[in-house]
Design a protein around this ligand. Sequence first.
Ligand SMILES: [Zn+2]
Length: 94
Amino acid sequence: MKIKGTCRHCGREFLVEQTLQNGGKCPWDGKPFQADYAVVLVDSLRDAEAAGNTLENALEKIADIKPEFVLDPESVIGQIREYLERLERAHGGS
Ligand SMILES: [Zn+2]
């Protein structure tokens, strides 16, 4: 999963992969995205990408074998969307 973000400092888009490689800094302006919790941030971003890949692969397999059911999309992505919206509302920095 290629998670993309936008820096609140410079407004440029970046890939999570890029910030994993530089210890949680914006690849464009070099500012830390979370100076106090850089390790937590990097670990969690890495987990999110890995878990995203696992989820995507599992759902692809399920879709491929055409089981006799449908899945409720909200039950899969509802909580995820909520956290992303919370992130969008939160004001960065501090
Ligand atoms: Zn930036």
